[in-house]
Write a protein that binds this ligand. Sequence first.
Ligand code: NAP
Length: 336
Amino acid sequence: MQHTFGRRCRLPYEVSLMRAIQVPQFGGPEVLKLVDLADPQPGPQQVVVRLHAIGVNPVDTYIRSGIYGERPLPYVPGTDAAGEILQVGSEVSTWKVGDRCYLNGSLTGTYAQQALCNLNQIQPLPEKITYQQGAALYVPYSTAYRALFQRGAARPGQWVLIHGASGGVGLAATQWARAHGLQIIGTAGTEEGLRSVREQGAHHAINHRQEGYRQQIGELTRGQGPDLILEMLANVNLQHDLDLLAKYGTIVVIGNRGSLEFNPRATMGKDANIHGMSLFNTPSPQMEEIQAAIVAGLQAGFLNPVIGQEFPLEEAAAAHAAVLEPGALGKIVLIS
Ligand code: NAP
C-alpha cells in the first residue's frame, strides 16, 4: 500500500522518512524533539504499522526524565498506539496490509508515524473502536486487568475501591470490574471526573479531595471496608487504605510518587495482602491472557475507552505536561 505522508531524501540511495518524537537526552518535556527518521522495514516475521493515534502514559514522562535509570539515547518513546498494517514481512500470513490493530508495545517506539512490531505486539482492533480508543488500550487496560484479576484475584460480589478511578487505568478498571459483577466505589478529584466514573459503571463515586471521604467509604461498605483496593497514589493513601480495608482484603499498588511513614501493624490485624505490580513484569502467558481478554471485551462491548484530550504528534511536550496535571478525565492521545 502506498502511503503519502513519507518524504524522500537525496542520499546515495532513496530513503523514505517518517516523522517521530525523539528523546535525545533525559530531562523535562522540552527535551522531546520532532525529527525525521527512516521508515522501518519489516523482517520476515514482523509488520510495520501506520500509527494514527498514540497513547500517552505517565510512565513515558518518568522514563523521559531519567528516573527509571539508564537506557540508550536517543530513543522514540511510547508503547501504546493504534493504526493499520502498512507492510508485512515475507513470512507473515495472519495479517494483511490495511488491517486495523492496536499495539501492545513495539520494537521502535510509538511516538511516530510508523512502528515496527513483532507479531505478538499487535492485536485486532474492532471496527467500532476508534484509533484514539485503540491507543488507550495497552497500558491502561492491561494494568487494570492485571491488578484486578491476576494480582487482586477479584471475584463477583466483592467490594472494590478504585482509588483514582478517573484516569486511564481507573476508568478501565471500572469497566472491567462492572462487567465482572463487583460492587465499585471509584474516586476522582473533580466533578467531571466523578461523572465519568459513574458513567463508566461505578456504583458510587467519591471525591478524594473532600474532607472525610474515607468515612463515606466505610459507611458504604457497612463498616466492613472494601475487599480489594486498587491504589493509584500509594505514597498518599497506603496507610489509610489499610485502615479501610476489609479483613483478609488485598491492596494492589499500581501508582506511587514518593515515600511515606508506614506502620506495618495495620497489616497484621487484618491479615492484609499488599501486592505491588509493574505491568512490564507480566510473564508472557499472562500477557497473552490479558490481550485476549481485552479483544473479547471490546467485541462484547463492555470495554469502551474514554478519551480525554488529543494533541498533534508535534505537541508531545504539551501532552507530557498534561498527563501529570490533576483533574484526569480518561486518556490523553497524540494524533500522528
Ligand atoms: P492518570 O490518567 O493521570 O490518572 C491518575 C489518577 O489518579 C486520576 O484518577 C487522579 O484523579 C487520581 N488521583 C489523584 N490524586 C489522587 C489521590 N490523592 N488519591 C487517589 N487518586 C488520586 O494516570 P493513569 O494512567 O491512570 O495511571 C495512574 C497511576 O498508575 C500513575 O501513577 C501511573 O504512573 C501508574 N501506573 C502504573 C502501572 C504499573 O504497571 N504499576 C501501569 C500504569 C500506570 P484526579 O485527577 O481526578 O484527582
